[in-house]
Design a protein around this ligand. Sequence first.
Ligand SMILES: [Zn+2]
Length: 284
Amino acid sequence: MTKKTIYSQLTWPETKEAIAEERVVLLPTGSIEGHGPHCPLDTDTVIAEGVCKRVAELIPDQVLVLPPLSIGLANNHMDFPGTLTFTEITYINMVSEICLGLGHHGFKRILIINGHGGNQPALDVAARIVNNRNPGVLCGVMTYYSTPKAMKIDAEYAKAQGLTGSQDHGGFGETSCYLAFNPDPVDMSKAQKAEIPYSSAFGFGAEDAPVILMPYWSTVTPLGMMGDPRKANAEDGNTYLNVVVEEITQIVRDFKKMNLSSRNDQHDPPAPAWGTHFFAKGDK
Ligand SMILES: [Zn+2]
């Protein structure tokens, strides 16, 4: 029997085995938010989960995929009907508590595969909390589109559409990926171009600009999207996803091999891990 890779489908004895195998646990994080008039609310979630599942198909004995955390941080998208969000602190707590739970059972490596740029700052904090409170756990976070080859393809797609930056929120890339996973909920007859004011200094959520601005999305794009999805198609989506999956698979392989030496605490007597001060005795 091939290895189960969906975390929630394991029994507890199987989970115990997966812990002994030191499998890397992938947590897909997405968002339920407006993605223009053509793309569904769950665009970021579908892509993040889909990428994780494709990685798991390639290296089934090395990973487990958690159920996606579908709702994320989309406070600035709340002008668009249907958007759901947690407040920042709630989200940080939820993500860190899920990962600390995995650490409690003995999983040593957790990789958050994020699909929504707006989640990124909170995920960074959540992962730091996990690493700090349980030094036996390595918790990393990445956004699927931030791998080097994926970013290069993104830039090429943007150039082909005559866009001034690699803008994509329900644009060519995201729409093509959604079409690759499931074309049914996408309404291409409603696809429109929406280029937002962009300069090299200011990025509306773009990590490649020195100044990151995160105003209400409705102030920069009335359609609640950016980019040009009109020529989006499943074939280009799959070309891009193949590259993303290949890069992330290699990252997971490297992560599985990664070991940290134990803390080298200089106190005499040694102090417990800093974060453990915040937990009741007996908890991790
Ligand atoms: Zn998106």
